[in-house]
Write a protein of this length. Structure first.
Ligand SMILES: [Zn+2]
Length: 159
């Protein structure tokens, strides 16, 4: 077996099963906190723009990682919860090698009006099609059920 072979059996590589306790808190940070509080109340996303290079950072950040400069408060902007599929894969088996009830289409989505992307699950009955370039919109939980996490995005619908 080489690393270039296509893996169709997730149990084929050497592995072991076990459980490990991992209690942790993941702080969102200032920018993440603002981003998640926004999606709890809105059907859009927030991003930040760097004045130096012009990049629109998504998820929003307080500093441009390319220019090493701080993003001023007035450079926060609202962007639509829509995007274009850059790449995708279709999972037909779960981590234990059992067939999923339906194929799961996972994609990297370039978010509109930003230079950033987000991973998401595409809702479609046709898992055989090419989703590259497909336009999608975030399907968010009802506002009263949102918790301020990425789980508020249930999946992405084709538009
Ligand atoms: Zn920059």
């Amino acid at each position: 077996m080489t690393f270039l072979e296509k893996q169709t059996d997730p149990t084929a590589p050497l592995h072991w099963r076990g459980n490990m306790q991992a209690d942790y808190l993941y702080p969102n940070g200032v920018a993440g906190d603002k981003f998640f509080k926004h999606i709890m109340q809105n059907d859009s996303f927030l991003a930040t723009k760097c004045d130096e290079c012009g990049k629109v950072l998504f998820p929003p950040r307080l500093y441009c990682e390319d220019c090493f400069i701080e993003i001023p408060e007035e450079n926060w902007m609202e962007v639509p919860a829509e995007g274009t599929v850059r790449l995708f894969t279709v999972a037909k088996l779960n981590a234990h090698g059992k067939k999923l009830p339906e194929p799961k289409i996972m994609a990297m989505i370039d978010i509109d009006k930003t230079d950033g992307a987000l991973l998401g699950v595409i809702k479609s009955n046709d898992s055989e099609r090419d989703f590259t370039g497909a336009r999608v919109r975030a399907n968010l939980r009802p506002k009263d059920a949102r918790e301020g996490t990425l789980k508020d995005i249930v999946n992405w619908n084709l538009i």
